[in-house]
Design a protein around this ligand. Sequence first.
Ligand code: C5P
Length: 224
Amino acid sequence: MKKIVIALDGYSSCGKSTTAKLVAAALGYAYIDTGAMYRAVTLYFLQHHISLTNPKEINEALKNIEVEFHYNPKTKRNEVFLNGLNVEDEIRKMYISNQVSEVSVVPEVRHAMVAQQQKMGKKRGVVMDGRDIGTAVFPDAEVKIFMTADVDTRAKRRQEELLEKKQLINLDEIRENLLKRDLIDSTRKESPLRQAEDAALLDTSHMTIDEQVDFVLERVTSAM
Ligand code: C5P
């Protein structure tokens, strides 16, 4: 059967990764969490005190960064590795969430990540979630979904996710972080977060995960 690219873009914490994982599992496709890649770069930049205003330093740093996904049979999920080290838990922490959008604005960072993502999806048969998949990474994706949800719903979902990872964060702090990231992500010059003209809008505020997955799978069926 024909293998396609499924692009799930949208605002922070509106259910993209949960939906993407389940869609990928249903189709036997690879799932690529592009946000995790920007988070891993942010962790490296913080660890190595890379200045965001020094393109030479940034380019040097990018040459030394290798981000990979490896399946962990214990947790039954793909986990993120930065230069061979598992950073899955570290990159989800609030201090990374508070810096990642500033790092993601940097054109050199975007060029490097987009090139890597295009390589990862070259053979198609992938579900990729992010902010610019349908507009910049795979403008020819067969299925494009743009996800959104009201900010209070998103903040509550994010808080629950963090709690599962034993991080107790106040709802206002999470809400502020989501709004700040959405603003930076959608106003940056290079591949800003926006709905592609041919993307279907999916507002998940009042939807269950199963409904979200069905919405995507219906479009996959039509695209086949
Ligand atoms: O998806 P997640 O919320 O983990 O993404 C973290 C951040 O990475 C986003 O807020 C955004 O700044 C950046 N990002 C991006 N382009 C993508 C995916 C994520 O700029 N394709």
